[in-house]
Unconditional design. Structure first.
Ligand code: FE
Length: 267
């Protein structure tokens, strides 16, 4: 993938630290590997980190007149900005659900807030953990050239990861569009702080890509069984009137199957 046409016009979020730039007036290049002797810029200084008043050493054209000559890091910058966008849409969408009335329901854990954790690209599709005060799910979004709009919400799909196969359910929301979710925890009573829940979400993302976690049995059956156990536990909690403070999140044992139990929580 190459950069973009024309000068970057100060859009420093679109070029990587490896970008080699060129003055569009006199074609003098700026290579971060070399820096700029004339203005005493150290080698290794990215174009985006040059002082605001830096200008072309040859013709004094301002920074904004430079264009991308070559950017080996462009793909990763694009990917990062796409992931940012995906994560903020998800968070905005589910914050709206929260404010639209979810916060008044008894099943929510008011110590937690909506957060998207660990989003990355897997087989061209964004995958990460979405956490809300009422659930923690793996969320998978379509690749850029892919559409799930024709797939009925509720349709199940088994997706393979290095750690095994996971059952996802199709869904759609206005801002997010079509997505697939795999339930990890619901409800969220077992989490006492946002930080604790985020730690578990990060551990889930690591475990998801760890081939040592592949179970010999069918993974999706395991997940379903564990989900049912969790739901039973949730009912027990409900009847008990308050969350059991000693209860260890059971779904975590599934997704981190093969890892030593409990090791991911106390970090
Ligand atoms: Fe110049």
């Amino acid at each position: 993938m190459t950069g973009f046409e024309g000068s970057f016009l100060g859009a420093t979020n679109k070029i990587s630290h490896a970008a080699i730039m060129e003055c569009k007036i006199c074609w003098t290049p700026y290579d971060p590997a070399e820096g700029d002797d004339y203005r005493q810029i150290e080698p290794g200084t990215a174009f985006v980190n040059l002082p605001d008043d830096w200008s072309c050493p040859n013709c004094s054209a301002p920074k904004e007149q430079f264009m991308v000559l070559e950017d080996p890091g462009a793909a990763s910058v694009l990917e990062a900005s796409r992931l940012d966008e995906v994560a903020s849409r998800l968070v905005a969408d589910f914050r709206e659900v929260w404010h639209a009335g979810m916060r008044d329901l008894p099943m929510v854990n008011k110590l937690l807030s909506v957060e998207a954790i660990g989003f990355q690209i897997w087989n061209e599709r964004p995958i990460g953990v979405l956490m809300t005060p009422w659930f923690m799910n793996l969320v998978l979004l379509p690749a850029e050239n892919e559409s799930w709009d024709e797939i009925k919400p509720g349709t199940k799909d088994v997706i393979s990861f290095p750690s095994g196969d996971y059952e996802f359910i199709h869904n759609a929301r206005e801002m997010t569009g079509s997505y697939m979710a795999c339930s990890l925890f619901s409800p969220m009573w077992d989490f006492k702080t946002q930080m604790q829940a985020v730690d578990v979400a990060r551990a889930v993302m690591v475990a998801l890509f760890d081939p040592e976690n592949v179970a010999e049995t069918d993974r999706s059956a395991d997940i379903r069984a564990a989900r049912e156990t969790d739901l039973e536990q949730a009912e027990i909690d409900e009847v008990g009137g308050k969350p059991d403070t000693e209860l260890v999140p059971t779904r975590r044992a599934v997704i981190t199957g093969g890892l030593s139990t409990g090791a991911t929580m106390e970090s």
